[in-house]
Design a binder for this molecule. Structure first.
Ligand code: URA
Length: 209
């Protein structure tokens, strides 16, 4: 079973309260989402492997550490995932960015892939799939299905707010994928919104309310 890590650092809790507040406007919402994404990237990268490297400081030759693991791809699920990309790139600037687009078919209620663009060497890479809200888990599972079909083997899922229902769906479908979230909220409502949540993350990020 994939690990569920709730990154409830005080700074993150404070910033989450700001974006949950309905009075927070688009500009500030977008800034704080990126700030939280930056803090999440710090935690998600905590176990990245290191290797020794010999360098010359101004004083001596010294053996130090540098990142040694697979190259990172940040994969926002369109559209709301885009809001977390810049914050994560602040800490992992050499990462590539892939994109996955999913929409929900209104008749079947199933997520349908409409766009995917990824680097070619996916088996060699560590993927950080990002979406602010893990609600029903439908688009997270379908996105990760699509990425695995293209050869991805090393995937983490990073969100701001998760519902217990979505965590279970994702863990059941992809037990190899660790989930990182800033908050595990109470539940979904009958329309699939997370409670207490923060509303529609895409609309609040892009001002399409
Ligand atoms: N997507 C959102 O943007 N918000 C929710 O609460 C659930 C899904």
């Amino acid at each position: 079973m994939g690990k569920l890590q709730v990154i409830d650092h005080p700074l993150i809790q404070h910033k989450l309260t700001i974006i949950r507040d309905k009075r927070t406007g688009t500009k500030y919402f977008r800034e704080v989402v990126n700030e939280i994404a930056r803090l999440l990237a710090y935690e998600v990268s905590r176990e990245m492997p290191l290797e020794d490297v010999e360098i010359e400081t101004p004083l001596v030759i010294s053996t130090q550490k540098r990142l040694a693991g697979k190259k990172v791809v940040i994969v926002p699920i369109l559209r709301a995932g885009l809001g977390m990309v810049d914050g994560m790139l602040d800490l992992i600037p050499a990462a590539k960015v892939g994109h996955v687009g999913m929409y929900r078919d209104h008749e079947t209620m199933e997520p349908v892939e409409y766009f995917i663009k990824m680097p070619s060497d996916l088996p060699e890479r560590e993927l950080l799939v990002v979406d602010p809200m893990l609600a029903t888990g439908g688009s997270a599972v379908a996105s990760i299905d699509a990425l695995k079909k293209r050869g991805a083997t090393n995937i983490k899922f990073v969100c701001l707010v998760a519902a217990p229902e979505g965590v279970k769906v994702l863990q059941d479908a992809h037990p190899d994928v660790d989930i990182y979230t800033a908050s595990l909220d109470e539940k979904l409502n009958e329309k699939g919104y997370i409670l207490p949540g923060l509303g529609d993350a895409g609309d609040r990020l892009f001002g399409t309310l």
